[in-house]
Design a protein around this ligand. Structure first.
Ligand SMILES: N[C@@H](CCC(=O)N[C@@H](CS)C(=O)NCC(=O)O)C(=O)O
Length: 204
């Protein structure tokens, strides 16, 4: 059985939704990031950077990073394109999300990661918010005229939902992004998404 280590409202919500929708029995392990539960020696053996998500596979071995976990779950549950070109495009989106969109948001919430000079934090946060907003507009364009980012619903869509929720938390005018907002509404029609959003206390 798979075990998912997740935290409310974190990027782990994507894997949480995928597992909840899969119908497969899994063990959800809720972490409290504010208490530093992700930095305990035991958890650091599962995720060496002390972050979520992490997955314990059927054999008990750990897997970290959204870029690995989401394709793994997608292939297991039929939420990943089989065609090589479509798969490459899906990896391209996951790479964009994990290496550009997520770190831009990190500049808002964790400026201390980028400089020890506290006087520089506000500038980093302002630029992070602007860059994050620009990326959200790009995601909106990616959804224009289509229901899902791949040719059908896939792990990419719950991952996109994470950033929509973060945008609301940061009070960015994301409802102006019509295609992205329509995706959020489509996601919220899914019972598994409703269960995860309620469990994690996410506002959407
Ligand atoms: N590159 C990682 C990033 C994971 C990450 O930054 N997770 C955040 C939550 S969204 C976290 O665990 N933060 C807690 C911390 O840094 O202490 C991935 O995509 O899986």
């Amino acid at each position: 059985m798979l075990t998912l280590f997740y935290a409310p409202g974190a990027c782990s919500m994507a894997s949480h939704i995928v597992l909840e929708e899969s119908g497969e029995k899994y063990e959800p392990k809720r972490m409290d990031l504010s208490k530093g539960e992700q930095k305990t020696p035991d958890y650091m053996k599962i995720h060496p950077l002390g972050r979520v998500p992490a997955l314990k596979l059927d054999d008990g071995s750990p897997l970290s990073e959204n870029t690995a976990i989401l394709p793994f779950l997608g292939k297991r549950f039929g939420l990943w394109p089989a065609d090589p070109v479509k798969e490459a495009r899906a990896l391209s989106v996951i790479g964009f999300f994990a290496s550009s969109v997520h770190p831009a948001h990190g500049h808002i919430g964790r400026p201390e990661r980028y400089t020890e000079d506290k006087s520089a934090h506000p500038g980093i946060q302002v630029m992070g918010k602007k860059t994050f907003h620009d990326y959200l507009k790009q995601i909106d364009r990616m959804y224009a005229g289509r229901e899902w980012l791949s040719d059908k619903y896939s792990v990419l869509d719950p991952y996109a939902l994470v950033f929509y929720a973060w945008a609301l938390k940061r009070e960015l005018p994301v409802s102006e992004l019509k295609s992205y907002t329509a995706l959020k509404d489509r996601m919220l029609e899914r019972p598994a998404v409703q269960r995860v959003v309620a469990d994690e206390g996410v506002k959407l």
